[in-house]
Design a binder for this molecule. Sequence first.
Ligand code: PGA
Length: 229
Amino acid sequence: MIIALNNKCNFTKIEYLNYQDELSKLNTHHQLILCPSATYLAISNPSNYSLGSQNVSNYENGSHTGEISAQQLKSLGVTYCLVGHSERRHKETNEEITEKLKHLIDNDIIPILCIGEKKQDESLDKRQEGVKTKINELTSNLTEIEKEKIIIAYEPIWSIGTGIIPTNQEITELVTVIKQILPKNKVLYGGSVNEDNITILKQINNIDGFLLGGLSLQPKKLAEFLRKI
Ligand code: PGA
């Protein structure tokens, strides 16, 4: 399974180096993708994980103060990149997301495109329709071959950091819709996954892995999660 670790805006430099040390002791056959804060990409030493970024510029390069381009990420050994995470999405237009996907693919970086509905209380049909529309909107400029390169992270926004998770049945049905549009793509689930609820979540049989936020910061709990999965 693919296990993507989104550290978000956490750790000082010393804390990160210690964390990385702990992480390197994890012994797992699952594929780990570590997405640290961008400031630590250059000091990361991927031994048992692949390096991912939490974001990329929608510009190719040039006079764009503070931006980090796909080409620059590539030069640091980054091979994956989160795109459109809900914690950034309110600042980003569909057009910018599309540009980011394109630049990443052009630089051989696999985008992990985050998609998920805002509200839990909508009908399953409506949630499925919303996810479908979003994927179609964001990938319509890509060729079929480019589309196949994307990993989708299904992350219901109401579940991120809240401790509330959808039922296995709900996740299965949402992932089914995603795989109808993108049959060759890997799909992860993200939102409040932890070392306890993994025993239930691992029974879902149409997902290819998980995207972890809070749990990614705690190597001991992460080790327990990896043992159970
Ligand atoms: P969480 O975050 O695991 O803390 O809910 C997931 C995410 O934001 O990707």
